[in-house]
Ligand binder design. Sequence first.
Ligand code: PSU
Ligand code: MN
Length: 306
Amino acid sequence: MNALLDLHPEVADALHHGRPVVALESTIISHGMPWPQNAETALRVEAAVREHGAVPATIAVIDGRLKAGLSREQIESLAQQGLAVPKASRRDLPLLIARGATGATTVAATMIVAALAGIRVFATGGIGGVHRGAETSFDISADLQELARTSVAVVCAGAKAILDLPLTLEYLETQGVPVLGFGTDELPAFYSRESGLKLPARADTPAELAAVLHAKWQAGLEGGVVIANPIAREHEIPQPRIAGYIAQALTEAQAQGVAGAAVTPFLLARVSELTGGASLKANIELVLSNARLAAQVAGALVALHI
Ligand code: PSU
Ligand code: MN
């Protein structure tokens, strides 16, 4: 095992006995939702994973250690500190480790720690992607590059329409990352079930999804897979209702010169304010749904290895 890694005893036990484990990220806790809904959601997501037969491993960097599995106190502390905890992607890990610092892991950094721990399935809300205007800003999330190289499946509700979704799909195609629609032929757009963008592949059961993961890694094709799970119809915010708020948030970000790692948290928080909390409620529901599906996929994947 990697000397920088600390496995929570329950996670270590599950991995040792070949039982299903689901990784969860911590940027969504510190930067993706406000206190106290962030703490409450993180704990509900862990419970949802358990209810569906897997062990949750929330991932973060704490005092320079890579943690797979956090205590309730650690989750609450990250949630309460919010934006004071630095957002940690691949490029940030060396500094945090060297300085013994704490960081909230993005999808990219969570995939890295999950892979080190031997965890193959990860649930989150939405992945980062190619930002609108990337042809001049070069703002493309490190999540996409990580999906190209690190062998972890990410269950998400697609990507938010704050991004350029067609370019995000093009980038994933170039990088050889399968994007599987769960019960859908379209890329879900986070708050909305539909984006109008057709996906190359769909699967309708957790077992079908697990079979594709197993086949990919067995064939020596390293890298991740995106499992795109649309938000339930009763919780979605249809595209026309959210589009104006997204446009406004993007205009404000540009006017205020928001750049780099600050862009995604700024847009998420602004859209949430503009929708008067409706988007937060949708966000919570879709993360819970992704956690349930990820637990089932992790279970099906474990069954294939026997
Ligand atoms: N998308 C969401 N909610 C989030 C994020 C993305 O709907 O909280 C977070 C994830 O942690 C993701 C990160 O990895 O933002 C991407 O940031 P950037 O665009 O700076 O790579
Ligand atoms: Mn970025």
